[in-house]
Design a protein around this ligand. Structure first.
Ligand code: ATP
Ligand code: MG
Length: 658
C-alpha cells in the first residue's frame, strides 16, 4: 500500500519535470541591465533600502520620511513623499535630451500610424488635463475611460494622473451593462469614450454602448467623445452632456502644472478580468506603483535607450496600464501600441509589425502563442525578426510546448524568454526570470523578483517542500501592491489576507522544484482532486497540447462517483486535423503516458472554440457548469457568450452530462 502511494506520488512529482535549461549567453549577460546575482541577496537582507535606493531615480516634489509603514494588511510606501506620476512619465523626459524621442509609436488598424515624441505627448496630455479641469474634474474625482487602442487612451490616463483624478479604464470590448456596473461602482464624474473602435475591419459602437450604460449611471456629468471611425459610427451627441474631443481637448491650452500627489494618493482603479467571479475594483496608489512598474520593466525586459518595446496587451487590462503606459514611459522608453488583432489583415500581422518598427522586445500572452503555433511557422518566417532581443509572456501559465515554439520560431533560439507571473492586484511583475541572470526552464516563471518573497503552503498554512503543490502566497509587502478593493475594504481583508493571516493569498496554485523554481499551476479552483490526488488542470492541458493534433485544451474536474473528481478535457484541434473517436482514445492514452494513468481524462470533447474572457483567458468555471449540467454562471466578461451556449448544447447532445 505504502509502495503504491509512493509510486503514485513519484509519478505526480514527475509532472512538469522539465530538464531543459536555458542559461543566458555570456554575451547577453555582459550587456544586461541587471547582471549581478548579488542583487537577490542584497534585497533579502534589507528590502527597504533596496527599494529606497531605486526610488532616488524618480523625480520627487517632496522626499519621503519613511520607506514603509506595514500594519498587515495595510501598507504605506514612501510615507510623507510627494510626486506626480505624469511628471515622471512625460514632463521630465520632455525637458531632457529625450524631447524628440518617440514615446508612443501607434500602429492603427486600417493603415493608420502615428508617433508621439515625449515633447508632443507632454503638450497633448496637458491639453487633455486642462479639458478635464474645465469640466470640473478635481483631484480625487474619478474619470471612467472606455476607448479603443488609440493614442488618446494613454493621453487620457496621463492627463488624469497629472491632475490627480483617478482613472477607471473599462476595456473597449465590454458591453454596456459591464460598463454601467463599473461606472456605478467607481461613481465616475466624467466618461471619456470614442464614437467607435476598429475591430478586424468592423466597427465597435463605443458611444452607442456608452449611451446605453449611462441611462443607469447618474454620477456621470460630462462625456468626452473622440472621433475615431467617423461616418461608420454616427453618434447621437446629447448636449450639454456630450462634447467632442476635437472641440474641447484640441483647443485647450497646452501647459498644465502637475498636481502634487501624496505617495499614497490613488492613481487608478481597475477591475479584474472576472475569470473567477465578480470583478473587483483594484485600487493602486502613486509612488510605490510607479517605482514597482518602472524598476521591473527595466530589469526584466532589459530595456535600452534605443529599444522599441512592444507589449501587445490592451490598455484595458493591468498589463497595458503597467507595461504599455506607466513602467515604460517612466523609464523614458519607446512603447509601441497596436490597435488591431492578431490576424487582420492576415496571420502575419504581428511579425510584419515587428519587422516594420524593428521591435526589440516583445511581450505577449500564451493564448496568442498557441494561436500562432496553430497557424504554423510560414507566417513568422516571411518576416525579418532579427531585431528581437527579449521575449516575454504573461496572463496564464505557458505550456512548455508553446514556450519551445516561441523560443525556436520567434526567438530563433537567441532571445531569452521571460515568463512573468503577476496579477491586477500585484500591480507589477513578481515572479520572473532576470534575462541576464536566470537560466530559464520552459513553463516555469522561475523566481521571485529581488525583494519579493513567495511561498507555497498546504491547506493548513505549512510550507510544502520541493516538488509538492500548494497555495502560492506572498509573505512581504511590495511597493506596487494594491491597497484595497474600491468601496469594499472588508473584501480586501477577507479575500486576500484571511486565508493565511498576515500573508497575501494569490488564489493561484504553484509548485517549487528542487532548484527553487516556481511552477504556476493555475488558479486554486482549477486544481482537481482525483482519487485523493491533486492534479492541476494545467498539467493535463500541457500534456494534451504536447500532442501533435492539439491546438488548445481546457481541462476541468467533474464530479465522479468513485474518484471524487473525474477529468474532462475540451480540446481544439490544429488546422487540417479531423476529430474522431480514435483520436480521442489516442489523446487519453497520450496523457496517461505523459503523466500517469491517474491523469487520463475520462472524457475528451472536441470543439472549434473555447470560452474565453475578453482578456483571452480560458474560463474553466463555465466549462465546469457545462460538464456538471448546471445553469451557466456569470458570462458578462466572456469575449463571445455564443461560444459557451453552443458548447453547452453540443455537450448535452453527445450525452456527456451524467
Ligand atoms: P479575476 O481575479 O477577476 O478572476 P483574473 O485573475 O483573470 O480575474 P488578472 O489579474 O488579469 O485577472 O490575472 C491574474 C491571473 O492570471 C493570475 O492570478 C494567474 O492565475 C494568471 N497569470 C498571469 N500571469 C501568469 C503567468 N506568467 N503564469 C501563470 N499564471 C499567470
Ligand atoms: Mg485574479
Amino acid at each position: 500500500m505504502a509502495n503504491k502511494a509512493q509510486a503514485q506520488r513519484e509519478r505526480l512529482e514527475a509532472l512538469l519535470e522539465e530538464t531543459r535549461l536555458y542559461p543566458p549567453t555570456q554575451e547577453f549577460r555582459k550587456q544586461a541591465n541587471w547582471n549581478d546575482a548579488f542583487v537577490y541577496e542584497r534585497a533579502r537582507k534589507d528590502v527597504e533600502s533596496f527599494w529606497a535606493e531605486r526610488a532616488e531615480s524618480l523625480a520627487w516634489i517632496k522626499r519621503w520620511d519613511k520607506v514603509l509603514d506595514w500594519k498587515p494588511p495595510a501598507a504605506k510606501w514612501f510615507v510623507g513623499g510627494k510626486l506626480n506620476v505624469t511628471y515622471n512619465c512625460v514632463d521630465r523626459h520632455a525637458a531632457s535630451t529625450r524631447r524628440d524621442k518617440a514615446a508612443i509609436i501607434w500602429e492603427g488598424e486600417p493603415g493608420d500610424s502615428r508617433v508621439l515624441t515625449f515633447g508632443a505627448l507632454e503638450r497633448e496630455v496637458n491639453r487633455c488635463a486642462n479639458a478635464l479641469k474645465s469640466l470640473g474634474v478635481k483631484k480625487g474625482d474619478r474619470v471612467a475611460v472606455y476607448m479603443g487602442m488609440t493614442p488618446e487612451l494613454p493621453v487620457t490616463l496621463l492627463a488624469c494622473a497629472k491632475i490627480g483624478a483617478p482613472h477607471s479604464v473599462v476595456f473597449g470590448g465590454f458591453s454596456a451593462e459591464s460598463l454601467r456596473e463599473r461606472i456605478n461602482d467607481a461613481q465616475a464624474k466624467v466618461l471619456v469614450t470614442a464614437d467607435g473602435a476598429w475591430r478586424r475591419g468592423n466597427v465597435v459602437l463605443l458611444k452607442a454602448n456608452a449611451d446605453e450604460a449611462l441611462r443607469g449611471a447618474p454620477s456621470v456629468e460630462k462625456v468626452i467623445v473622440l472621433r475615431r471611425v467617423g461616418d461608420k459610427a454616427p453618434c447621437a451627441m446629447q448636449r450639454p452632456r456630450d462634447l467632442w474631443w476635437h472641440d474641447l481637448v484640441d483647443k485647450a491650452q497646452d501647459q498644465c502644472a502637475p498636481e502634487a500627489m501624496d505617495s499614497e494618493d490613488v492613481l487608478y482603479i481597475l477591475y479584474t478580468s472576472g475569470t473567477t467571479g465578480k470583478p473587483k475594483g483594484v485600487v493602486h496608489t502613486s509612488a510605490g506603483y510607479l517605482l514597482g512598474t518602472s524598476v521591473t520593466h527595466r530589469a526584466i525586459f532589459d530595456v535600452k535607450e534605443s529599444d522599441v518595446y512592444w507589449c501587445t496587451a490592451d490598455i484595458g487590462w493591468v498589463t497595458g496600464h503597467s507595461y504599455i503606459v506607466y513602467g515604460p514611459l517612466a523609464n523614458g522608453c519607446t512603447s509601441l501600441m497596436y490597435e488591431g488583432s492578431l490576424d487582420y489583415p492576415d496571420r502575419g500581422r504581428f511579425w510584419q509589425i515587428v519587422a516594420k518598427y524593428g521591435v526589440n522586445i516583445l511581450y505577449t500572452a500564451p493564448t496568442a502563442i498557441r494561436t500562432f503555433m496553430r497557424w504554423g511557422t510560414d507566417w513568422p518566417n516571411q518576416h525579418d525578426l532579427s531585431s528581437l532581443r527579449v521575449l516575454g509572456t504573461v496572463g496564464e501559465p505557458i505550456n512548455p510546448e508553446a514556450w519551445m515554439w516561441y523560443h525556436k520560431n520567434i526567438g530563433r533560439e537567441r532571445c531569452p524568454i521571460v515568463d512573468t507571473w503577476w496579477q491586477t492586484e500585484t500591480g507589477m511583475i513578481l515572479i520572473s526570470p532576470l534575462p541576464g541572470l536566470t537560466a530559464t526552464k520552459p513553463g516555469s516563471a522561475t523566481k521571485p523578483f529581488p525583494g519579493i518573497e513567495a511561498e507555497v503552503l498546504d491547506e493548513r498554512g505549512r510550507p510544502v517542500g520541493p516538488g509538492g503543490g500548494g497555495y502560492l502566497v506572498l509573505t512581504r509587502p511590495w511597493p506596487a501592491m494594491f491597497r484595497t478593493i474600491y468601496g469594499d475594504p472588508e473584501r480586501y481583508e477577507r479575500q486576500y489576507w484571511s486565508r493565511f493571516p498576515g500573508k497575501y493569498f494569490t488564489g493561484d496554485g504553484a509548485k517549487v522544484d528542487a532548484d527553487g523554481y516556481f511552477w504556476l499551476l493555475g488558479r486554486v479552483d482549477d486544481v482537481m482532486n482525483v482519487s485523493g490526488h491533486r492534479i492541476s488542470t494545467f498539467e493535463v492541458e500541457s500534456a494534451l497540447v504536447d500532442h501533435d493534433a492539439v491546438a488548445e485544451a481546457a481541462v476541468i474536474g467533474k464530479t465522479h462517483e468513485v474518484k471524487g473528481q473525474g477529468i474532462a478535457a475540451f480540446v481544439t484541434l490544429k488546422e487540417g486535423v479531423t476529430a474522431s473517436d480514435k483520436l480521442k482514445h489516442e489523446l487519453r492514452e497520450h496523457v496517461a503516458r505523459k503523466i500517469g494513468a491517474l491523469a487520463r481524462p475520462d472524457d475528451v470533447f472536441f470543439t472549434l472554440e473555447l470560452p474565453k474572457t475578453r482578456s483571452a483567458k480560458i474560463m474553466r468555471r463555465l466549462l465546469r457548469d457545462i460538464a456538471e449540467g448546471q445553469v451557466l454562471g456569470d458570462t458578462t466578461t466572456l469575449a463571445d457568450p455564443g461560444v459557451v451556449a453552443k458548447l453547452k448544447t453540443q455537450y448535452e447532445e453527445e450525452g456527456l452530462v451524467d
